[in-house]
Design a protein around this ligand. Structure first.
Ligand SMILES: [Zn+2]
Length: 111
């Protein structure tokens, strides 16, 4: 079973924030589509803060997390946007993938 990421985008009109609820596996491969969604949320309303909720991840690779952190930082750079921020919620490294059933956290060989 491949590592998959799912992203629910919620725009809160009252609070004027955009929240990306991320679940599943955050890996090198899935960090890219997440980046696309963050950039898209940015483009929808460049002044709205974007919150990326990583607390429901089942699997998170250290380098993928580092990538998303650097991206959030870059997008929050005052030179890039006027006042909105990209904030990460949660996001700790989870080495063992609970969505695949490999022994010792090793990915299941694709048959
Ligand atoms: Zn996984």
């Amino acid at each position: 079973m491949p590592h998959t990421l799912s992203i629910v985008v919620r725009a809160d009109i009252a609070l004027d924030t955009i929240t990306l609820e991320v679940s599943g596996c955050l890996t090198r491969d899935t960090a890219w589509p997440l980046e696309q969604q963050i950039r898209r949320a940015r483009a929808v309303d460049p002044e709205a803060p974007v919150e990326v909720d990583l607390t429901n991840l089942s699997h998170a690779d250290a380098d993928a997390l580092e990538y998303v952190r650097a991206l959030a930082e870059a997008l929050t750079d005052p030179a890039y946007v006027q006042r909105a921020h990209v904030t990460l919620v949660g996001g700790s490294v989870i080495d063992r993938c609970s969505l695949t059933t490999g022994v010792d956290g090793a990915p299941t060989p694709s048959s």
